[in-house]
Ligand binder design. Structure first.
Ligand code: ZN
Length: 199
């Protein structure tokens, strides 16, 4: 399956959830095939990444560097005192590859740094259409503000936060997709930046 097909599947899967904090879906992929998938729980308490890892363990799936975790929203680094964030859950497995669709400015405060520190290859899908669909799906199902649920959210996700606007415009080709040359230049810039090399 291609990344596009995997995310198409995840969006369908996410829509089966009644999660009022915004629906999310995650799956584990090996050799291009989805092994196991899950939407976020209807009661919002368990997240899609958490549930998909639990399912995989029950099925005896080995979580190693051959597995890619795909998720429609980047994993949370912050929850409440009684529930582990998804980053903490993921880094205790052997998963070393993650591809996510949309950023979460409110609940992924140190997600990227923690994955980099743990040696996880953590990447946002480089496809504007997929990212926009993920944002719209989440926002259309997220009730704000939430005070009685596990993750009170103050605002909706923002459309396309991949890079600051001037740089996005520079890299987009006529069809609105990134060109490979631009993606390579962003990756090169990241690798050379202080933030990337801090750990
Ligand atoms: Zn989470």
């Amino acid at each position: 399956m291609t990344d596009q097909e995997i995310f198409d599947y995840l969006f369908k899967r996410a829509k089966t959830s009644k999660d009022q904090e915004g629906v999310v879906a995650a799956c584990l992929v090996k050799n291009g095939q989805i092994l196991v998938s899950s939407p976020s729980a209807d009661d919002s308490i368990r997240h899609a990444e958490d549930l998909v890892i639990e399912k995989a363990k029950k099925q005896g799936i080995i979580l190693d560097e051959n597995i890619i975790l795909y998720t429609t929203l980047e994993p949370c680094s912050v929850r409440n005192k009684d529930i582990s964030g998804c980053v903490s859950i993921i880094v205790t497995t052997g998963i070393k590859n993650i591809i996510y669709a949309t950023n979460d400015p409110e609940y992924s405060q140190d997600t990227k740094q923690r994955f980099l520190t743990a040696g996880v290859n953590y990447q946002q899908i480089q496809n504007k259409e997929i990212i926009d669909r993920a944002v719209k799906l989440f926002n259309s199902t997220s009730k704000t503000p939430l005070t009685a649920w596990q993750l009170p959210r103050q605002k909706k996700l923002e459309i396309f936060k991949l890079r600051p606007l001037p740089e996005i415009k520079k890299g987009l080709n006529a069809t609105g997709k990134y060109n490979q040359k631009f993606i390579n230049s962003v990756i090169k810039g990241l690798k050379e930046s202080k933030a990337y090399n801090r750990h």
